[in-house]
Design a protein around this ligand. Structure first.
Ligand code: GDP
Length: 533
């Protein structure tokens, strides 16, 4: 999909919105950068609040504690803040690979991503995986090379690595001056400014000095002679060898601008925010089965990309995270829940402002609102002002690990059904009921999901459970004419199950199962993904 420049005809409130996520490998500095983005956005007064709040939240339930112990961030949240004339929506993504499906869905809700890399480590495995997900959607990416205040790699080497390993053009928009202990700041290649880092004050924005190009004698007042000489030589080389920033290539997802900074010192953060405002796209269209929904349409339409259980384990309420794709939403509005056909009054939607959750009185296309509900809203569901829209592109992936699950207390087996159904609807796991025999099979993408699931069932339902290995390695959904699919099911009954929507699934042990089935039933497609609609 080729992206348009921010269309001038968008209502101003929508045109100023930027909805983005941060992708990175654990430890690269995502949390720190998030804090500083919020700090610069003027949304919170004290850095550290994100972490502190996160921890306060986590202690509320033990499964969150487990997540903390393991140093992973499992659940996504959304935050909004303002910077200059822009309204920014930051959607958090889980950093751990085991939750990649969550991340995939979260990325369907944003229009751009900030890729944070550690200047010493370059492109790491999780960055690469998340980047591949962004690439599937041709997502514009802004790159922040972090921790330049530590011994880092040479900037040319970092840029080369990104270009080679991600097959992505990299255009430097800032150039670092020194590194490690000698890191002084950066030269802003777009605006010809010198940005100097202040090490003494980690939360101040540093000094910014306008310069009339690299020959400006003013530079010598701020930089030692050897640094200045080095900067001039490097910038000349960078300008000669590397691509210059091209907005269309960026919007198409083939070129990324890179900033060099130090999140912990708040350095480079303001420039990144300025870049998000100036370069990242305004709310983009979303595809449905029937047509594209554009942000300027007056009627409200949105889709659920994530469902989160209430943080309080005593309440089974959930919050559905809805990406608004069009229109101007006002609190109390009645929207059609397309899957059930029922009207829902959205009376207490939550807007996740940086400092706290707040009741949203209104929201615009591009925003993320939280809709508290008792389980009606599922991933992929559409909310509209009446039109029967079905959003596409929110897949469910075939699981890579399948285990059977048993209640530790057989008298509570009923609760197990309920718990599993809830988690399947939340998208936390896939649930399969074999055609033959009793019990459930649970499918996940990463092993950590079993641990989280196990402790959540225990905490939220008071039910200890046991997971046991099965002979299955994956699952495939069936596509084809009803008669062909029925014949397939009959012939493979021993390996057939139903997912939590009641759709037939073929449980597979080895690749040979799939090869054989494809040979025997050429008219049935064995799909590794399913649209969550
Ligand atoms: P996350 O796992 O990506 O969220 O990373 P964090 O934000 O938790 O950062 C990981 C570690 O790197 C923490 O100890 C941070 O204090 C540290 N860190 C983050 N940004 C910087 C930076 O710019 N410079 C230095 N020296 N350390 C940083």
């Amino acid at each position: 999909m080729s992206r348009t420049h921010n269309a001038p005809e968008l209502p101003p409130e929508i045109a100023r919105r930027r909805t983005f996520a941060i992708i990175s490998h654990p430890d690269a500095g995502k949390t720190t950068l998030t804090e500083k983005l919020l700090l610069h956005g003027g949304a919170i007064n004290m850095a550290g609040q994100v972490r502190a709040k996160g921890e306060a939240r986590r202690t509320r339930s033990d499964f969150m504690k487990m997540e903390q112990e393991r140093g992973i961030s499992v659940s996504a949240s959304a935050m909004s803040f303002e910077f200059a004339d822009y309204w920014l929506n930051l959607v958090d993504t889980p950093g751990h690979a085991d939750f990649s499906e969550d991340t995939y869905r979260t990325l369907t809700a944003v229009d751009a991503a900030v890729m944070v890399i550690d200047g010493a480590k370059g492109v790491e495995s999780q960055t690469r995986k998340l980047f591949e997900v962004c690439r599937l959607r041709d997502m514009p990416i802004l790159t922040f090379c972090n921790k330049m205040d530590r011994e880092s790699r040479d900037p040319f080497e970092i840029i080369d690595e990104i270009q080679e390993s991600l097959a992505l053009d990299v255009a430097p928009v800032s150039w670092p001056i020194g590194m490690g202990r000698d890191f002084l700041g950066a030269y802003d290649l777009v605006n010809d400014r010198l940005e100097l880092m202040d090490r003494a004050e980690r939360n101040v924005k540093g000094r910014s000095i306008a310069i009339a190009g690299l020959d400006d004698p003013k530079l010598a007042e701020h930089l030692p002679a050897d640094r200045l000489e080095e900067l001039r030589a490097e910038v000349e080389m960078a300008r000669g060898l590397l691509p210059t920033f091209d907005r269309q290539a960026f919007l198409d997802g083939t070129l990324t601008p890179i900033w060099f900074g130090s999140a912990i010192n708040s350095f480079g953060v303001k420039e990144l925010l300025t870049g998000l405002g100036a370069y990242a796209p305004a709310p983009q269209p979303r595809a449905t089965e029937t047509r594209q929904i554009t942000a300027d349409e007056p009627k409200v339409a949105g889709f659920v990309f994530k469902v989160q259980a209430n943080m309080d384990p005593k309440h089974r309420d959930r919050v559905a995270f809805v990406r608004l794709c069009s229109g101007h939403f006002k609190r109390g509005a009645k929207l059609k829940h397309v899957r059930s056909g029922k009207q829902m009054a959205i009376s207490n939607p939550v807007l996740f402002l940086a400092n706290d959750r707040e009741i949203a009185d209104d929201a615009w296309a591009g925003d993320i609102i939280g809709v508290p509900n008792h389980g009606q809203l599922r991933i992929g569901d559409a909310l509209t002002e009446g039109e029967d829209l079905r959003f596409t592109g929110i897949p469910s992936f075939a699981p890579e690990l399948l285990q059977s699950v048993r209640a530790g207390d057989p008298l509570k087996a009923k609760h197990l059904d309920k718990a599993l159904t809830q988690f399947a609807e939340e998208g936390a796991a896939k649930l399969f009921k074999p055609e033959i025999g009793a019990g459930w099979i649970v499918g996940v993408v990463g092993p950590l999901q079993f641990d989280v699931l196990g402790s959540r069932i225990e905490i939220e339902y008071g039910l200890p459970v046991r997971f046991e290995p099965t002979q299955y390695a994956s699952a495939r959904w069936l596509r084809g004419a009803a008669a062909d699919v029925d014949a397939f099911i009959k012939a493979n009954r021993g390996q057939m199950a139903r997912d939590h929507d009641g759709d037939p699934v073929f449980l597979t042990r080895i690749q040979w199962d799939i090869d054989r089935a494809e040979k025997d039933f050429p008219n049935v497609e064995l799909a590794a993904t399913k649209q969550m609609m």
